[in-house]
Ligand binder design. Sequence first.
Ligand code: SF4
Ligand code: SF4
Length: 168
Amino acid sequence: MEEKNTDDTDVLDKIRNVSTSALKCMQCGICSSSCPSGRHTSLNIRKLVKIAGKSIDILSNEELWMCTTCYNCQERCPRNIDIVDILLNIRAISVQNGNIHPEHRIVCEMLLEYGHAVPINKQNRNERVNLGLEELPETVHKYEDGLEEVKILLGSCGFGKLIEQTES
Ligand code: SF4
Ligand code: SF4
């Protein structure tokens, strides 16, 4: 039997700890059939639930990053499994171990720079004006001091450093 190193064992323990409710899964497939992302990507959430907590290999599974966190699956699961929360926690473990999907890194960098994961663009500004709204929403887009505060908060909790240390 292959011996795992201590680091791998620790990481697997963390993954197991966040995946305990997946043990209740009866593989009915309601989650997969409710999943809008699975219609457009290779994401098979039923399979991910099945392997969650079994191996550290899940950290290199690209499907881990394809969930849009719409929560359809979690709301419909007859076993009340915290499907999305499991995924998000495993993603967090992945990031803590230095790995992030490139697209998610971009979103994090946007948040660090603009205070929004999806900053407003010219088209949306124009559409707001056409609707009779102010060009900028009541967020850090409008209040520059607020943006500085967001940056301080993200810096103080180590978010920027964490993302800097990851590889995609
Ligand atoms: S809906 Fe729930 S019980 Fe059914 S396969 Fe998905 S996670 Fe398992
Ligand atoms: S939360 Fe994620 S896995 Fe669940 S249905 Fe939505 S996209 Fe699919």
